[in-house]
Write a protein that binds this ligand. Structure first.
Ligand code: HEM
Length: 552
């Protein structure tokens, strides 16, 4: 696939000479004219409208040029690389080379080989036939599914410079999600955002959130005591209120507050865009340009609604924020948003945008929902395994005693409770496929050519349920992490996988881990958890089932 050389030369010369805003828009026009050539190249197409928005918003022009040049190069490179992949496949077919996956069909590729429901299980089953890495592709997209620790480590941990990008689908962009840290393309802007976020969630920094976490857990215990039926609502309340307090300084007292309802709605929107290919427009990019009035183009309204809910949510958060230190007299720090807003923006980071986006994501995206889901799964496990509760309670009685509640200082002495925390992360694996990464440059893996833009999905669930690593993986068995009364360093720590890998690894993992520890220790010290009972007082049989969402 080649591009019109004259046009290409013209575009490059404009880009190299530091174009003005008007030139910039003109170049964006050229690129749009080229689109028909790349109609099926989702990754490239996904980046184009970014350029159309040139000069809008408050991003620096210099940065826009940089990004546009980069996008242009990507388009060319990706087009040529996909042609190379298909040539390679044809050659393999002729030569009878063994292929790591179902062989792609002409035109549609492996479209029908992607499991539609609970794909983490389907991928695991496919890999039993083809090996730990499955190669899949559609006409426009190469995809590798990594089903083993070795493959994840080899690609996502050891080649991070090339495997830390994200695929920004048209649907993500249409709901304004491309500026969200978790889905943002890898590059200078992501690095600045990530650094700013990390400063507030690195191990040393999160200690100041302890008073807020302690208060949230104690309120949670009170709610459980008086109203155990509404467990899920209380879990959501405790997770969201702690984060609202440290990020915005907002104190929420009522479970039915408008703000919390908005968190729920925002969660839904974010969860939807986190699944690449969730919307038809991701498969057929042309749909994006079908006018909203056209019959069947109702998806435009869906995107519009998601975008506007997201905007309203952020505005409400900023309007409700407080500047008072939420951490008590011991720590004099301000809420995170306040710190960000007091900084002067530079060319790459607008702290204003960062304050709106990053913290809203912390609240609405992977953060709250994965923390909520993990705590829900822990309750489920404990209700199904009463003997685990008994052992933990005996340990808590011995270490903490009857006259107080556990706190962070008890952590090192509570070996069994720590093992429950590890097992909770492993057993249910709330983000079974993590968030897919994407390659920046062409690469080679085990003899195969992988084009730039290849999606890399780590099947975290498969790794956490591999019987070679964890015996009887479906059992909730914290003892697997203990040897001679201590945590066994030879057993694979689930935290090394459930929070993702490489440069994109979850920056909130230390906060999430501390929070789960405090919850598990406090709940088990105060309560006995059993399955619900029916009207006749008989226990209702509780089953374990994962939902099909990005966060299960
Ligand atoms: C049980 C709780 C949590 C789980 C299981 C979890 C899991 C994950 C996973 C699997 C990823 C993708 C990593 C990758 O791409 O390889 C991720 C990304 C992320 N997480 Fe978490 N997370 C949790 C809690 C949190 C918390 C508490 C925060 C913030 C306070 C947070 C903030 C983020 C952010 C900002 C990203 C995007 C990072 C990037 O793309 O650079 N998460 N998380």
């Amino acid at each position: 696939m080649t591009l019109n050389t004259a046009l290409r030369r013209r575009v490059y010369s404009q880009l190299e000479t530091g174009a003005t805003e008007a030139d910039y828009l003109m170049i964006a026009g050229f690129l749009s004219d080229l689109c028909p050539d790349f109609m099926l190249l989702k990754t490239s197409w996904g980046r184009l409208p970014l350029m159309k928005e040139a000069g809008q918003g408050n991003r620096s022009l210099e940065y826009e040029h940089l990004e546009m040049r980069e996008a242009w190069r990507q388009i060319e490179k990706y087009a040529m690389a996909m042609a190379k992949v298909q040539k390679q496949e044809r050659e393999w077919l002729w030569q009878g080379v063994e292929y790591n996956g179902p062989y792609p069909l002409p035109i549609i590729g492996n479209l029908f080989d992607v499991p539609k429901s609970k794909p983490w299980i389907g991928f695991r089953d496919i890999c039993m036939k083809y090996g730990d890495v499955i190669f899949l592709r559609t006409q426009s997209q190469s995809h590798l599914v990594l089903n083993s620790r070795a493959a994840i480590s080899e690609l996502l941990d050891k080649r991070t410079a090339n495997t830390s990008d994200r695929l920004v689908c048209p649907s993500t962009r249409l709901v304004g999600g491309e500026w969200v840290l978790g889905v943002m393309s890898y590059g200078a802007r992501w690095r600045s955002y990530r650094r700013a976020f990390w400063q507030h969630f690195r191990p040393g920094a999160i200690d100041r959130y302890r008073p807020v976490q302690l208060a949230a857990v104690r309120t949670f215990l009170g709610k459980l005591l008086h109203d155990p039926e509404n467990l899920k609502r209380h879990i959501n309340f405790t997770v969201a209120t702690a984060l609202l307090k440290i990020t915005y300084g907002i104190e929420v007292e009522d479970e039915k507050s408008e703000l919390l309802e908005r968190v729920d709605t925002a969660l839904d929107g974010t969860a939807q865009i986190m699944v690449p290919g969730r919307f038809a427009v991701d498969y057929i990019p042309l749909l994006e340009h079908v006018p909203a009035w056209f019959p069947g183009a109702g998806y435009h309204d869906v995107f519009k609604q998601l975008r506007s809910k997201d905007m309203q949510f952020k505005e409400l958060l900023l309007a409700s924020r407080s500047t008072v230190s939420p951490y008590g007299a011991q720590y004099h720090a301000k809420p995170i948003v306040d710190i960000l807003l007091s900084k002067t923006s530079n060319g790459l980071v607008s702290y204003n945008e960062l304050a709106q986006d990053v913290t809203a994501v912390a609240l609405a995206g992977t953060t709250s929902e994965s923390s909520m889901a993990t705590l829900q799964a822990t309750f489920l496990a404990l209700s199904l395994y009463p003997e685990v509760q008994k052992k933990a309670q005996a340990e808590l009685d011995a270490v903490v005693g009857p006259s107080r509640l556990p706190n962070f200082g008890d952590r090192d002495s509570l070996v069994y409770v720590n093992a429950i925390v590890k097992e909770s992360f492993r057993w249910f694996t709330v983000t079974p496929l993590g968030i897919s990464h994407c390659t920046v440059e062409d690469d080679e893996f085990r003899g195969y050519f992988i084009p730039a833009g290849t999606v890399l999905t780590a099947n975290i669930w498969a790794v956490m349920h591999d019987p070679n690593t964890y015996e009887n993986p479906d059992e909730f068995y914290p003892e697997r992490f203990i040897r001679n009364g201590k945590l066994d360093p030879n057993v694979v720590d689930p935290s090394a996988f459930v929070f993702g890998s490489g440069r994109r690894i979850c920056p909130g993992r230390y906060f999430a881990d501390a929070s789960l520890f405090l919850n598990v220790a406090s709940i088990l010290h105060a309560f006995h958890i059993s399955p619900p009972v029916d009207q006749a007082g008989q226990p209702i049989k509780v089953g374990v089932a994962m939902s099909d969402r990005f966060i299960s």
